[in-house]
Design a protein around this ligand. Structure first.
Ligand code: GRF
Length: 207
């Protein structure tokens, strides 16, 4: 059976595109059931339309409270019978209300080697710090900031003449590789979470 994904995106949606491409090539056993954006201008919405994927905009200021806003997202995710939420450049922090009321797991891709440089502008943070390597991380989302158990990471060098743009592009190429791979592991039920650690194995036999 295909894992039904809800993808939450606020911007250009290249990670969404990587997931669409992997799905269309048959590389991941998924069905992107719905794309939800908080930004009506997100290029991610256009990408979804182009591939006949339902795309829904929910603007925060149309809701009187954050809880009502997040509940609407949760309702949609249930309506579309999603099994997994993938954050792909979703620029809102999901509250503990959302995390604890979600019936399905949530994953995110972050452009640094967590736990280094969580939050915004991770690539610039890496440059400012002077690290020689950075990269990206796919992780489960918990109530903290980019702090949930790590599923996978990829490393890229930071070059002496890097700008935020050149480093971001190098990292992005790896994001597009490891995000679909991580989704595949989840779709194949091969990830077990033990405390902070995720263990990747053969398909887990569940009762
Ligand atoms: C990526 O760098 C991702 O790591 C971060 O937000 C950016 C989204 O880019 N969470 P895109 O919209 O997928 O192109």
């Amino acid at each position: 059976m295909r894992l039904r994904l809800a993808i939450l995106a606020s911007g250009r949606g290249t990670n969404l595109q990587a997931l669409i491409d992997a799905q269309e090539k048959g590389e991941i056993p998924t069905e992107i059931a719905v794309v939800i954006s908080d930004n009506p201008k997100a290029l991610a919405l256009e990408r979804a339309h182009k591939h006949q994927i339902p795309a829904i905009t929910l603007v925060r200021h149309d809701f009187s409270t954050r809880e009502l806003y997040e509940q609407k997202i949760l309702d949609l995710i249930n309506e579309y019978s999603c099994d997994l939420i993938c954050l792909a450049g979703f620029m809102r922090i999901l509250s503990p209300y959302f995390i604890s009321n979600s019936q399905v797991k949530i994953i995110n891709i972050h452009p640094s080697l967590l736990p280094a440089f969580p939050g915004l502008d991770a690539q610039q943070q890496a440059l400012d710090y002077g690290v020689k390597f950075s990269g990206c991380t796919v992780h489960f989302v918990d109530e903290g900031m980019d702090s949930g158990p790590i599923i996978s990471q990829a490393v890229v060098p930071v070059l002496a003449d890097d700008t935020e743009e050149t480093l971001s592009l190098r990292i992005l190429a790896e994001e597009h590789r490891i995000y679909p791979e991580a989704v595949k592991l989840i779709a194949e039920d091969r990830i077990e979470v033990k405390g902070r650690k995720t263990i990747v194995g053969a398909r887990i036999a569940r009762p």
